[in-house]
Design a protein around this ligand. Sequence first.
Ligand code: ZN
Length: 275
Amino acid sequence: MKLYISSDMEGIAGVSAWRQVDARTPHPEYATFRRYYTHEVRAAIEGARDTEACEVLVNDSHGPMTNLLFDELPSDVRVVFGNRKPHSMVQNAEHDFGGAFFVGYHGGAGAANAVLCHTYTPSVVYEVRVNGVACSEATINAGLLGYHGVPLLLVTGDRATVEAVQAQMPWVRGAIVKESIGAFAADTLSPEQARALIRRTAHDAVANAKNARPYVFKPPLTLDISLVTAAQADLVATIPGFTRTGGRSVRFTHDEYPTLFRAFVAAWRLGGIAS
Ligand SMILES: [Zn+2]
């Protein structure tokens, strides 16, 4: 199987604070947590390969997207590194992959008991819906994979994240590495126990791939975004194709999901410079 992995850091075992995952103003803890992160991705790859041979592409999808320690992954794995990718957390997912993993994912903006919950940009995105469906990062990213015919097989993170994904995609196997207590605390497995759980669950996920299906939003597609501030909506509404639907809300409609996805990326990037 060709396996696609989108990996994030907030849902890694032990993570409960921004400083642990902040690559831009690195706290000494970041070096430790990027190692935990790399090792959870490695455990997911090893678990998949316990089931069958897998050609693997990993998209480093957290912050500046340059967090993985490349020499601590299997040497035949390819990695997409770097920021400002048009398809961001699901860049290069269109090359006939048989399945996908989301490792280290987190709850969407406004989720309860979901540590470090947000949707792409915490200070910009208040809520996002596609065809009326409330979207976390996992939802909106799975939609692009689904457009390309790639089913999501595995999600790892806290309980809130895994259960929210499974409510929308019941075929997805979940590895719950921690129980969040609000937005800034978690009761968590150790890194070693988390890796073992992820490896077992990844093995199971690939073994059950035949029961998974692509998560597809059917056109016509409507993207509704509520920004955090009206000033952000002022800027986003200037993007051709967007209409203003309220003080801090905008809408974009299209028939092609990749275009809708890029419109979402453009919105949070432009909204991010409003203040
Ligand atoms: Zn992240």
